[in-house]
Design a protein around this ligand. Sequence first.
Ligand SMILES: [Zn+2]
Length: 352
Amino acid sequence: MVSVWSELRGHSGQRELFQRSIARGRLSHAYVLTGPEGIGKLQFARLLAKSLFCRERTPEQVDACGECRACRSFDVASWPDYYEIRCPDGKTEIPIDLLIGSPEKRGREGMCFELAMSPQASLRRIAVINDAQLLNDAGANAILKTLEEPPAEALMILICNNPDALLPTIRSRCQIIRFFPLPDQDVAELLVHLNHVEDNEEAKTIASMSEGSLAVAGQLLNPDLRNLRNAIVEQLSKLEKMQPLVLADHVADELERFSSSVEDQRRNARWLLRFASDFLRERLHHLAKGDLSDALTQRLGVRIGVDLLSPMLDRVIQANNLIDANSPVRLVLETTFDDLARQLRIGPITAR
Ligand SMILES: [Zn+2]
């Protein structure tokens, strides 16, 4: 029997966790699925919901037949007990209207209202909030109300790439489930399977730079972005010989050349910073585990150490926030690369 879950790569431990909770009658009313973007958290949430609605499988199986009325309706987004929202394109936060309705219909529509209704066709109502890190204060408070007095038979799933961005009061009322990057092999196979790449070798190369995220791999399909990613990694790898201003100029010039608009430039700049932080985080993981098997980590480790890598990572995340706050891209790149180069020159704190 083929399971609809075979569509999903990895994350079998997380599914088993739900199977155990349901078997013990301990399904919580709210979960946060957290982990890097582009590894399948939303797909997991949809499969979980579909499994709970499926009429041919028991809930504790956490599986769906893919053929019953519930499964078919779910697939065409017309199952009445499922509600999903996300941050609309071009918006930087989730509009409050999606949660509690437009001003004219406040409290009479939106996700919180839908979740409070009795199930129409199944045992429970399920709502998924994608991009939950983009909830603003008003949105978070609206959700908090629902979490404080959860409607009977309701399940809320928040999907989030950074749980620290959620209010502590929300976090404490949800069960947090962590998701981890996919193995490179899975990313490579997905790239071919989804027809993003025809050539297996190319898929492997892109997957090796993707840090286990299909979203990152998707961006690396763009050769312009891939070249810039490699230019940044190459400069960081030069340690004290890094040339921050040369790099910033090159990256900013290129972004201006191939981006279609200022907004596109900012979007591409955010991806480049993401590549840089992924790269640093990966070195940090290796160092923390004492794994110096790749030559670069070894050089970085001997020269810099965990003490300086983690502030460098913070610096890149801060740069991302500046881009979000509409600071000029070129200026952000100049100051960020300059700070990174300075830290690479300082060397390990113990050597001072
Ligand atoms: Zn079914």
